[in-house]
Design a binder for this molecule. Sequence first.
Ligand code: GUN
Length: 290
Amino acid sequence: MTKLLNGNQLAIEIRKEISKEIEKNILNQKKRVPHLGIILTGNDQSSITYVNSKIKECKNIGIKSSLVHLPVGCLENRLLEEINKMNQNPLIDGFIVQLPLEKHINQDKIILSINPKKDVDGFHPENFGKMALNMKAFFPATALGILTLLERNQINISGKHTVVIGRSRIVGSPISILMSGKSHLGNSTVTLTHSHTPNIEHYTKQADIIIVAVGIPEFLKGNMIKKGAIIIDVGINSIKNEKKILGDVDFHSVYGKASYLTPVPGGVGPMTRVMLLKNTLIAALNRKNK
Ligand code: GUN
């Protein structure tokens, strides 16, 4: 039997916890409500949709948000200017620059220009390096969301063999670091596979846990996993001319063989969004001024 890991339900619970903490440690202390800045560039429809849902979630939970939307073709310097304003603005607790950026913009330069103390995405090398060294830092929201989904469903990953498919900075790389790390959320034995890994099923067939973040619809099939494996699907692939989105896991062939499986939608997605709220709350609690 396969149990579906319900990210929607858990995200509701965690939002309640965040709300309570905002009330207790911010509002009751007469401090300003947390404030998230969002910088969006261009007109990529998926990015616009993601940003709109982030704004809506902030509003619902009592976190203030401010959006700066720069047009298609905007120069790198213009984006750097906006980042600098957010870095300097004492009223912004944390901010994100929505990715991907247009090709003419140097992503590394952009991420390096964000003040690490306001980097609630956890993408700046200072936060990424601290995460790899088991130090306190902002951790990327999707990785944190996956770990929380596993932990709150009492799925112990210590000593288990995890295979991660995809080595992106946003998901694959940080989740491999955190799951293999020496912490109560880690201690797993991790194999990181990617586009240059020959015969990926050789690894997936041995895995206790598989995290799939490749951006290829229905990439992981039932015949690539062992019975009872735990499958986490990070994919959000919108299918042209159809209104549906597909995950990176072929749900129908995996369902029934896996012990746990995250649905798409309603699995990892809502957990990612709620972890951004949590990181914003942490940034607000870290602030020195009232
Ligand atoms: N694009 C896709 N996922 C993310 C994310 O978590 N943060 C940002 N900034 N951009 C993204």
